[in-house]
Design a protein around this ligand. Sequence first.
Ligand code: FES
Length: 106
Amino acid sequence: MHKIEMNVQPLVTIFYEDEPMQARQGDTVAAALLARDQMIFRVTPVTGAPRGPFCMMGVCFDCLVEIDGATNRQACMTPVVEGMRIKRQNGAGETGLDIDYDRNCQ
Ligand code: FES
């Protein structure tokens, strides 16, 4: 997938997995990562299956990432901010719930 370069918005620097990258101000995190060929945003808690953005409108939750230490952030609904630190989400992240996946998710 390649982004059409018609955008004249200024660039910001964000970090994905501790690597700096440029993004257009106003883009969502999902758009910025997809423009850099990043397709896997998280892995599922039960099987570890890879997931990436699907709906790009806040419905599917397949784009969950960790942003500035906060898990379960929807990349498709979050605009980039200068210096933002984004990481791939591994599993459920912090839900505030005590979930036993072996018992509850079979
Ligand atoms: S891509 Fe579906 S909620 Fe973000």
